[in-house]
Each structure stands twice: as structure tokens, then as C-alpha cells.
Design a protein. Structure first.
Length: 124
């Protein structure tokens, strides 16, 4: 099971991959026709806005207490997978499916009861 540091490291790695993918899309703008260029620019603007929200979630995860880690990680996983789907859709629209990157995010977090050892924690 992953702990906070492992989750943050995983998400930071995904963030770098996502930024690279957005840069690749920016490179395609110059090679696109006028209509495709406008669509790519709108898609990139959307992805950059989603990226900003993902970065904020990552910062919040670093500040969050252990008591909300599991719930927060689940919410982040849901958001990031929707974000990944948006990236995949842009790549599918702009190049053959065989070149589409895989961008799914999976966060594995221990049960909250296993994360805390204290008077309220269940015993084995």
C-alpha cells in the first residue's frame, strides 16, 4: 500500500509526463491547418487549466492530515483519471490510436484504520 510520499512521488511523475504531452500538442499546432489549430489551441487551454487544478490538488495533498489522506487520494485519482482521459481524447483526435499514450492514474492507499495507531485504532 502506498503512503503519502509514494503517492506524491507518483503524482509528480505523472505531472511531468502530462506537461510533456501538452508540449507535444503545442508542437502539433504549427503543423496543423487553421481549423485543426483552433481546436488544438482550445484543447490545450483546457488541459492547462486542468493541469493547474491537478497541481493545486498535489499541493493540498502535501498539507493534508493523515485522517483525510484516503478520501483525498480517492478524489485526486478520480480527477486525474478524468484529466488523463481528456489528454487521451486530444491525442486520439490528433494522431493514430496506436500512438496514443496511456495516462491512467491509480493510487493505492491503506485503509485509514491501518494508517493510525492510537486509542481509537482497531487492534489486530
Amino acid at each position: 500500500m502506498a503512503n503519502r510520499t509514494e503517492i506524491q512521488k507518483h503524482l509528480e511523475e505523472r505531472m511531468r509526463e502530462i506537461k510533456t504531452q501538452i508540449e507535444q500538442l503545442n508542437g502539433k499546432i504549427e503543423q496543423s491547418g487553421e481549423e485543426a489549430r483552433a481546436e488544438l489551441e482550445r484543447s490545450i487551454d483546457d488541459l492547462q487549466a486542468r493541469n493547474a487544478k491537478a497541481e493545486e490538488q498535489l499541493r493540498e495533498l502535501g498539507k493534508a492530515g493523515d485522517d483525510v489522506l484516503k478520501t483525498m487520494a480517492s478524489d485526486i485519482e478520480t480527477y486525474w483519471n478524468a484529466f488523463a482521459g481528456a489528454i487521451d481524447n486530444v491525442f486520439v483526435e490528433s494522431k493514430p490510436a496506436s500512438n496514443t499514450p496511456s495516462t491512467t492514474v491509480k493510487i493505492d492507499v491503506e485503509d485509514a484504520s491501518e494508517m493510525h495507531e492510537g486509542p481509537d485504532s482497531p487492534t489486530s
